[in-house]
Design a binder for this molecule. Structure first.
Ligand code: KG4
Ligand code: ZN
Length: 332
């Protein structure tokens, strides 16, 4: 029924996310992360992530229910990330979601991870307008999308990255600068004390709506290798961040203008970046575009965003997932 209470489960990477949403409203959530377990490897280890999901899943569901003030018998549908993501990690979330759906006798809904990132914004700012441009920037994706009604209309793909994802570039450059893992938050913190104009790093131009960040990463690496004296880490970080945010916002705003769309939604882990939010806000204001970005805690992976898609689908009367639902790790 419309307004049904949906339990959302996310396990595509290193976050075990659980959220409860009804009628598009977030009631409670819980996120457990295995980030620290991966730190010494400098990146996510799929088997480590999968084991951590297994350990965290039931406690995370219990905590989310408690925070929402509901009982598990109140849950009317279970939504789970089907892909894309790490196959071993996704499999744990899907197994858990199936178990809850069967035990509670409620439908199971498979959700696309990127739809989740976009839908996170609806929890804060309400339903999306009829048409909007979406920029999804995460550790695995950098996609420019034409969005309609998330539950009914197909998503039109405008552009993508030719190589590294924006978040991946943040992570790699942070490692180059010895800032540790995960790179995005560490690098943006270092950039606070730097001059974004100190070094003019290249802005790759790949077609109308395409991105490329590997050349930028190499440019930073070359700069670091040839630098003499102590490394101006803050200036490098700020200049790199500026190059990424400049490219992302310029193309996203151009896509809105070209298509006569007056709303831009930026989502995914990199949308937590304050410089990206500020630059997007300034450029959107210049063109009369209204900018929507979820609060930072809903930008990175979480279960609430998956429950949000589930809630939209339930309310739209969409069909639920077949019992054989399995991980689609490279879902387009
Ligand atoms: O969406 P997400 O949590 O997971 C994926 O679906 O990939 O995004 C994680 C990515 C990582 O690459 C992380 O470094 C980046 O988002 N990230 C940031 C910030 N917070 C997270 N990048 C730049 N600035 C941030 N504040
Ligand atoms: Zn994500």
């Amino acid at each position: 029924p419309p307004g049904a209470l949906v339990l959302g489960i996310e396990s595509s990477c290193d976050e075990t996310g659980v959220g409860l949403v009804a009628g598009g409203k977030l009631l409670g959530e819980c996120t457990a992360t295995s980030m620290d377990a991966h730190a010494r490897f400098g990146g996510i280890v799929p088997e480590v992530a999968a084991r951590a999901h297994l350990e965290s899943m039931v406690p995370a569901v219990r905590t989310a229910l408690e925070r929402a003030g509901v009982d598990k018998s109140d849950v009317e549908a279970v939504a789970v990330t089907a892909g894309p993501g790490l196959a071993t990690a996704l499999t744990v979330g899907i197994a858990a979601a199936k178990a809850y759906a069967i035990a509670l006798g409620v439908p199971l809904i498979g959700v696309h991870h990127l739809a989740g990132h976009v839908a996170a914004d609806t929890l804060e700012h309400g339903p999306l307008p009829e048409r909007s441009v979406g920029l999804v920037v995460s550790g695995g994706h950098t996609s420019l999308l034409m969005l309609g009604d998330l539950a009914r209309a197909p998503v039109v793909h405008l552009g993508d990255t030719a190589d590294d994802a924006a978040g991946e570039a943040f992570d790699k450059v942070a490692r180059l600068l010895g800032l540790g893992y995960p790179g995005g938050p560490a690098l943006s913190k270092a950039a606070l004390d730097g001059d974004p104009e100190a070094i003019r790093f290249p802005r790759a131009n790949v077609g109308k709506y395409g991105f490329s960040f590997s050349g930028l990463k190499s440019a930073v690496a070359r700069w670091v290798e040839t630098a003499e004296g102590p490394l101006p880490v803050a200036d490098i970080a700020a200049s790199f961040q500026e190059a990424v945010c400049d490219a992302l916002t310029a193309k996203a705003v151009a896509a809105c203008t070209d298509h006569g769309v007056d709303t831009l939604v930026i989502a995914g882990g990199v949308a937590a970046n304050q410089r990206l939010r500020d630059l997007a806000e300034a450029r959107c204001a210049e063109r009369g575009i209204s900018l929507r970005v979820p609060p930072p805690r809903l930008c990175t992976d979480n279960g609430a965003m998956i429950a949000a898609v589930g809630s939209l689908l339930v309310d739209a009367g969409a069909p639920w997932a077949p019992p054989g639902l399995s991980a689609d790790s490279s879902a387009p």
